[in-house]
Write a protein that binds this ligand. Structure first.
Ligand code: SF4
Ligand code: SF4
Length: 118
């Protein structure tokens, strides 16, 4: 299984980190060296700019998450990196919880699954 996060669309909500039963995701500082430590294609890697449409949708939402913060602190912030995609069991829990609709999973047959926020 290959799993990656479209980093400019990641709000830092940490829902994926919270729900994944096999610890595929880790939350990383946006300014840190590990922000792109998964298999996201070049155009989906973190280069310091959030997607304007996702930012406009989530920036002012008050739901207890630190959207678009640099660091993960007190259960949100930073951005998600799929550091252990090989462990994915395709339970799909992350796919319905992802605010940024920015997780992609590809199985061993090449079928692709995309997150759609519930
Ligand atoms: S689909 Fe994979 S990455 Fe997503 S929560 Fe389930 S095991 Fe984790
Ligand atoms: S659920 Fe989606 S938006 Fe939230 S931290 Fe994970 S990848 Fe980013």
């Amino acid at each position: 299984m290959k799993v990656w996060v479209n980093k400019p669309k990641c709000t830092g909500c940490a829902h994926c980190f919270d729900v994944c039963p096999v610890a595929v995701f880790q939350m990383k500082d946006r300014s840190g060296a590990e922000a792109n430590a998964d298999v996201a294609p070049e155009e989906q890697q973190w280069k310091g700019q959030s997607d304007p449409a996702v930012k406009a949708k989530w920036e002012s939402v008050q739901d207890g998450h630190k959207h678009f913060a640099d660091k993960y602190e007190d259960r949100s912030g930073g951005l998600s990196v799929a550091v252990s995609g090989d462990a994915c069991i395709l339970c799909q829990a992350c796919l319905v919880e992802c605010e940024g609709e920015c997780i992609t999973i590809t199985d061993d047959n090449g079928q692709t699954y995309q997150s759609i926020y519930k």
